[in-house]
Design a protein around this ligand. Structure first.
Ligand code: FAD
Length: 428
């Protein structure tokens, strides 16, 4: 590349990055080395502006404002998976669970860059995006999940999700699934295929079945839902879900355990368990999961090639020094892959990143999780737990938490308050 061409190239990259950057005074400068925002002091870069990343970015800034924080998120807005099942059921709208990033910038000085991270150079301590590179002193990675599409015969990652939406990343997929339910005839069959654990949000598929049934009961009462579960039984709050299905949707939801879908055919709208082919009018195939692509690409996953092993107190990768992984992508012992877990991990991780950067001892982990699930639009159930580190592993604290005693409208109120609070915490 000639000097002039190189200059033009970096000018272009600067322009593109400038358009994509929120919360910085003026457009970022791309240096002659391709650096998007040359570092002037200590810097933490956070990848992923979801349940884990927004909180980690904010808490690093709150605990040490002398550290610059750059949050790199590919989308301009974040759509929450929690409560997306209620959008599918029809009692919430997608706008109710969508947040932006402006206030993280204006209230906390987090520099938000809207780019997709395509690589991490752990040796040079840089993340790579199409708009240029970003240097860091420590990196926090919270990119969520990716899918193991290759384990489903016949699955075409481009075509299958439009015909058989997974809706396991909220947004467009959620809307497609809702529209398909609206278009389905009364007396139709909806299939939900549940993958083997671990997957994001253990009770999520059963809440989804409940929300579909709630909609069918009002709009298409002759319809049916078949849950084909790769696991032997309902993996979370099983007794409460079954009680709710019996109370509200008798005969409408059929649960089939040990029925792992191994093959799909979106043209025929059929799934195959290896024993039987079943056709549906709406087919919600939730593929088996792993850490998001960037974690795989950066070599942060362990021997299982699926999830990222981390230190249980600092969430520093046991594979790459200076890189911390939180949220669904990491292996957090007994903590489930949930938004509340990601929020809790993000706080401990942020405080420990600041401690390590200031030469202080890390604080011990105190983790928390509560997962609410709606059976109707008004009744919900919950499971809660508290976590600590024991023998280097995250374990649940005995006697703390448990499941709610019954279906209740009070739990639904707590749940609505929870989503409101957590989304405000993430976006202000
Ligand atoms: C249907 C459903 C219902 C759920 N209900 C609940 C619930 O009630 N309660 C609960 O606690 N949890 C719930 N969850 C689980 C919760 O959504 C996840 O556990 C949580 O989102 C994990 O947070 P995270 O930060 O790991 O990932 P995410 O919140 O998914 O955030 C990841 C972010 O990283 C970005 N990203 C990824 N790769 C890149 C890249 N290369 N460059 C730039 N940006 C990137 C993505 O765009 C995304 O914004 C539910 C999940 C589903 C599917």
């Amino acid at each position: 590349m000639t000097d002039i061409k190189r200059r033009d190239f970096f000018k272009l990259m600067g322009g593109a990055a400038g358009l994509a950057l929120a919360g910085c005074a003026g457009a970022p400068m791309v240096s002659s080395t391709g650096e998007m925002m040359p570092k002037t002091g200590r810097r933490v870069v956070v990848i992923g502006g979801g349940y884990g990343g927004t909180i980690a970015a904010k808490y690093v800034r709150m605990s040490d404002p002398s550290i610059e924080v750059v949050l790199v998120e590919k989308s301009k807005q974040f759509v929450s998976c929690p409560f997306s099942n209620l959008v599918i059921g029809g009692s919430y709208q997608i706008g109710d669970i969508t947040i932006g990033y402006d206030k993280l910038a204006s209230n906390h000085g987090v520099k938000v860059v809207h780019q997709e991270v395509t690589g991490i150079d752990a040796g040079a301590k840089k993340v790579v995006t199409a708009g240029g590179t970003l240097s860091y002193d420590r990196l926090i990675v919270s990119p969520g999940i990716g899918f193991r599409f290759e384990e489903l015969e016949g699955y075409d990652p481009k075509a299958t999700p439009s015909a058989m939406p997974h809706a396991w990343k909220a947004g467009e997929q959620t809307t497609i699934l809702r529209r398909q339910l609206e278009a389905m005839k009364d007396g139709g069959t909806a299939i939900i295929a549940v993958p083997t654990t671990p997957y994001r949000c253990p009770p999520g598929p059963y809440e989804r079945a409940s929300q579909m049934a709630w909609y069918f009961k009002q709009a298409k009462p002759k319809s049916k839902i078949i849950i084909l579960d790769a696991n032997p039984d309902v993996t979370s709050k099983g007794a409460l879900f079954k009680k709710g299905w019996d109370k509200h949707y008798k005969g409408m939801i059929e649960f089939r355990g040990n029925n792992k879908v191994v093959k799909v055919d979106h043209k025929k709208m059929a799934v195959d368990t290896g024993v039987e082919e079943i056709k549906g009018d709406v087919v919600n195939v939730i593929p088996p999961q792993r850490a998001a692509d960037i974690a795989i690409k950066a070599g942060l996953v362990g021997e299982d090639k699926k999830w990222c092993p981390v230190d249980a107190t600092t969430f520093e990768s046991t594979i790459a020094k200076g890189i911390h992984v939180i949220g669904d992508a990491c292996i957090a012992g007994a903590m489930p892959k949930s938004g509340y877990s990601a929020n809790s991990e993000a706080k401990v991780c942020a405080l420990n990143v600041v401690a390590l950067m200031n030469g202080k001892e890390p604080i011990p982990l105190s983790g928390i999780n509560t997962c609410y699930s709606f059976l109707t639009d008004k009744e919900a159930v919950s499971v809660a737990a508290v976590y600590k580190v024991d023998g280097g592993k995250i374990v649940s604290v005995k006697g703390a938490g448990g499941v709610s005693p019954d279906l209740s409208t009070l739990e639904a109120q707590y749940a609505r308050s929870w989503i409101k609070n957590i989304l405000v915490e993430m976006s202000t």
